[in-house]
Design a protein around this ligand. Sequence first.
Ligand SMILES: NC(=O)c1ccc[n+]([C@@H]2O[C@H](COP(=O)([O-])OP(=O)(O)OC[C@H]3O[C@@H](n4cnc5c(N)ncnc54)[C@H](OP(=O)(O)O)[C@@H]3O)[C@@H](O)[C@H]2O)c1
Length: 251
Amino acid sequence: MTLPSFRLDDKVVIVTGASKGLGRAMALGFAESGADVVVSSRKVVDCEKVAAEIRALGRRALAVACHVGDWDQCAALVDAAVAEFGRIDVLVNNAGIAPVPPSLSEVTEELYTKTMDVNFKGPMRLAGLVVEHMPAGGSIINISSKASLRPSPFTMVYAAAKAAQNTLTRAAAQELGPRGIRVNSIVCGMFHTDSFHRAAPTAEAQSAASRGVSLGRIADPDEIVGTAIYLASEASSYLTGELILLDGGGS
Ligand SMILES: NC(=O)c1ccc[n+]([C@@H]2O[C@H](COP(=O)([O-])OP(=O)(O)OC[C@H]3O[C@@H](n4cnc5c(N)ncnc54)[C@H](OP(=O)(O)O)[C@@H]3O)[C@@H](O)[C@H]2O)c1
C-alpha cells in the first residue's frame, strides 16, 4: 500500500487569528509541511512578523488584516488570498474570543454580538466564501472548544457560539462532501496562550485548571498543530463532519 501523506506541499492555507497563540503555531507548522500561508488577524503589523518567519522557512506568505466578525472584511480577505495565490486549499477558522460576563443577568448585547460574530458568524462567512475558490481535496478546519460540549455558567455565550460553530462543521460537511471538500473541528481543551493566561493568571489557577485533565497538564499550542496538519492533509481524506476532542483526556 501507499502510505498516506501528511505533507502540504504547495497547498494554500488561510489561518485566521494567526498573529499569535495557536494560530501562529499552526501557520508555522503548515509552512514547515510545505504550504504557503495567508496570515490574518486584525493587527497586520503582527501578521507581518509571522509572515516573515514563514518566508524564512522558504515558503510564500501574505499578511492580511481582517476582523472576522465583519462581513465585508471577510470578503476582502478571501479576495486578497485569491489575488495572490489563485486558489485556497485549506481554511482554518482559528480566530476566537471568550469574554466572561459576571453573571447571566449581566450579559450585554455588545458582549453577545461580539462573541457570536467572531466565533460563529465569521467562520460561517469565510467558509461560504472560500469554497468558491477551493478545489476538490480542500479542507476547512474550525477551532472549537470543549466548552461547546461541556458548558459552564460564565462561558455560556462563548460555549453557545462554539456549539453553533460545531453545527457549521456538521452541516457544511454534508453540503460540501459531494464536491470533495471536507469540514472538521478540533475541539480543544486548554492550552497555554495569552487568552488562557488572562483566564488563569496564577500558578494556582493553572494548576486547578489542569486537575480534571488525564495527562495532568495544560497543553502547549504546538500539541494542537499535528492534528491540524492531519486534517489539512490527504492523510485524513475520508474524515469529514467530525469533532475531534483534543483535551488531554478528562471527564
Ligand atoms: N487557549 C485556550 O485554552 C483555548 C481553549 C479552547 C479553544 N480555544 C480556541 O482556540 C483559538 C485560538 O485561541 P488562542 O488562545 O490561540 O487565542 P489568542 O492567543 O488570544 O490569539 C487570538 C488570535 O485571534 C486574533 N483575533 C482576535 N479577535 C479577532 C477578530 N475579531 N478577528 C480576527 N482575528 C482576531 C488575535 O489577533 P489580533 O488581536 O491582531 O486580531 C490573535 O491572533 C480560539 O478560537 C479559541 O476560542 C482556545
